[in-house]
Design a protein around this ligand. Structure first.
Ligand SMILES: *Cc1c(COP(=O)(O)O)cnc(C)c1O
Length: 390
C-alpha cells in the first residue's frame, strides 16, 4: 500500500493527538474476527478487542451489512421523532434484559450511560448519595469519575461531585454501614474490570440488592464491560439472578459503533421530558448496528461459546507451570492473570509474539478476546503465555 509506505502515522498521530493515551508503537489498519493487522501486514491475535468492544470480532459481516444499509437510508433522527430502527432495537433489547427492565435510555458511551443512571437515581429517589466501591471503574466524566476509585484518575480533577462514598468491594458489612437514608444509588460492577478482573461474590452482590430494597436506594449495575456475552451469560447479573433497578451498558452493544444505554426498572420514576437527553443518542446508525449485534449473538450462540472457551482458557491458565503467576481470575472470556511482578514487560513480549492483551492495574494481564476467537487462536494464546511467563 503506497500510503503506509509514505506516511509515518505514528509520528503524525503523536504530534497532533491530545497526549492522554500512553501509546504502543503499533499501527493497526485492519481487522477480521479475532485477528488484527498492522500497517506492515503483520497479523495479531486480538485479546483486547478494543477494551471489550469487539465481542463479535472485527468487521462482522452482518454488522457491516447493517451499517452499510442504514448509512444509505438514514444516519440521524432526533429522539423527539420516532424511528423504525430505534423502535425495533428497544423492543429487541428489552426482551433480552434481566426481569423488570423494560425501558431504555440510549446514548453514546459507557461514561454517558453512567452519568444518565446517576441523574435518574437522583430524580427517582429525591436523594443525592451514591455508594460505589474501591477499585471500581465507571468512566471519566465528572459523575462517572466521582464513582471511579483509582486516585490517579481522580486527583487532578478535584473537587468532584459531592456525596460519593467508596467501600471495599466484596465487603457487605462496609456496604451496610455506608447506605444511609440519603443514599440514592449503589453502583457496582459484577466483575471489576479495570480494577483487576475481580469477581463479586454472590453474598456481596445479592446482599447489596437486599440492602438497597430495604433502604429505598436503587441498585445500579455497571455491565459496560461484562455485558453482551463476555462472561458466559448474556449479562453477568444472570450469574447471581440479580434484578437491578438500572443496568448500565456500552462497549460491545453495537458491534463496534459507539453506543451506550441505561435499562430502567419499575422503581425508576420521575423521568419526564427535558430531564436528560443526547443529540446522538438513539441514532438510527447505532441502533441498526446494535440490532445486528444482538442478532449475531443469538444466531451464533456466542454466549455459550464464551462460557465454553472461557472455562477451557481458565483451566489451561491455572495449570501453567510458572512461579510468576499469583492468581488467575475471571469468568467466560473476561480473564485476569495476576503476576507477582509488573505486567507491562509481559504485555510487550506478548505483542512481539503476535498477541495483543491489556493490563488491569499494574500487575494484571487482562484477556478480553472476541467471543468468536477460534480454539486454535486460544491455544496459541495459552502456548505463548506459557513461553513468555517462563
Ligand atoms: C469502559 C467502562 C466504562 C466507561 O465506558 P466509556 O465508553 O469508556 O465511557 C464504564 N464502566 C465500566 C465497567 C467500563 O469497563
Amino acid at each position: 500500500m503506497t500510503t503506509s509506505a509514505t506516511i509515518d502515522y505514528q509520528t503524525l498521530e503523536a504530534q497532533h493527538s491530545s497526549g492522554v493515551y500512553a501509546k504502543r508503537p503499533l499501527t493497526i489498519v485492519r481487522g477480521s474476527g479475532a485477528t488484527l493487522w498492522d500497517d506492515a501486514g503483520r497479523a495479531y491475535i486480538d485479546c483486547a478487542a478494543g477494551h471489550g468492544v469487539a465481542n463479535l470480532g472485527h468487521c462482522h459481516p452482518r454488522v457491516v451489512a447493517a451499517i452499510q444499509a442504514q448509512a444509505a437510508t438514514l444516519l440521524t433522527a432526533q429522539e423527539a421523532l420516532f424511528n423504525d430502527q430505534r423502535a425495533l432495537l428497544l423492543g429487541e433489547l428489552t426482551a433480552m434484559l434481566p426481569a423488570g427492565l423494560d425501558r431504555l435510555f440510549l446514548c453514546n458511551s459507557g461514561a454517558e450511560a453512567v452519568e444518565a443512571a446517576l441523574k435518574f437515581a437522583r430524580l427517582a429517589t429525591g436523594r443525592t448519595g451514591v455508594v460505589a466501591t474501591m477499585r471500581g471503574f465507571h468512566g471519566r466524566t465528572f459523575g462517572a469519575l466521582s464513582a471511579t476509585w483509582e486516585a490517579h484518575y481522580r486527583e487532578p480533577f478535584q473537587p468532584l461531585v459531592p456525596d460519593f462514598a467508596h467501600v471495599p468491594y466484596n465487603n457487605l458489612a462496609a456496604l451496610d454501614a455506608a447506605i444511609t437514608t440519603d443514599t440514592a444509588a449503589v453502583l457496582l460492577e459484577v466483575i471489576q474490570g479495570e480494577g483487576g478482573v475481580r469477581p463479586g461474590s454472590a453474598e456481596f452482590l445479592r446482599g447489596a440488592q437486599a440492602l438497597c430494597r430495604e433502604r429505598g436506594a436503587l441498585l445500579l449495575i455497571d455491565e459496560v464491560q461484562t455485558g453482551f456475552g463476555r462472561t458466559g451469560r448474556l449479562f453477568a447479573c444472570e450469574h447471581h439472578a440479580l434484578e437491578p433497578d438500572m443496568l448500565v451498558l456500552g462497549k460491545a452493544i453495537a458491534g463496534g459503533v459507539p453506543m451506550g444505554a441505561v435499562a430502567l426498572g419499575q422503581r425508576v420514576a420521575n423521568i419526564t421530558p427535558g430531564t436528560h437527553g443526547s443529540t446522538f443518542g438513539g441514532n438510527p446508525l447505532a441502533c441498526a448496528a446494535a440490532r445486528a449485534t444482538l442478532a449475531v449473538i443469538q444466531a451464533e450462540g456466542l454466549v455459550a461459546q464464551a462460557a465454553a472457551k472461557g472455562a477451557w482458557l481458565l483451566d489451561q491458565l491455572a495449570a501453567l507451570p510458572t512461579q510468576r503467576v499469583r492468581e488467575v481470575r475471571g469468568r467466560g472470556l473476561m480473564v485476569g492473570i495476576e503476576l507477582r511482578e509488573r505486567a507491562a514487560p509481559y504485555l510487550q513480549r506478548l505483542q512481539e509474539r503476535g498477541i495483543l492483551a491489556l493490563p488491569a492495574g499494574p500487575t494484571v494481564i487482562r484477556l478480553l478476546p472476541p467471543l468468536v476467537i477460534s480454539t486454535e487462536q486460544l491455544a496459541n494464546v495459552v502456548q505463548t503465555l506459557n513461553e513468555v511467563l517462563q
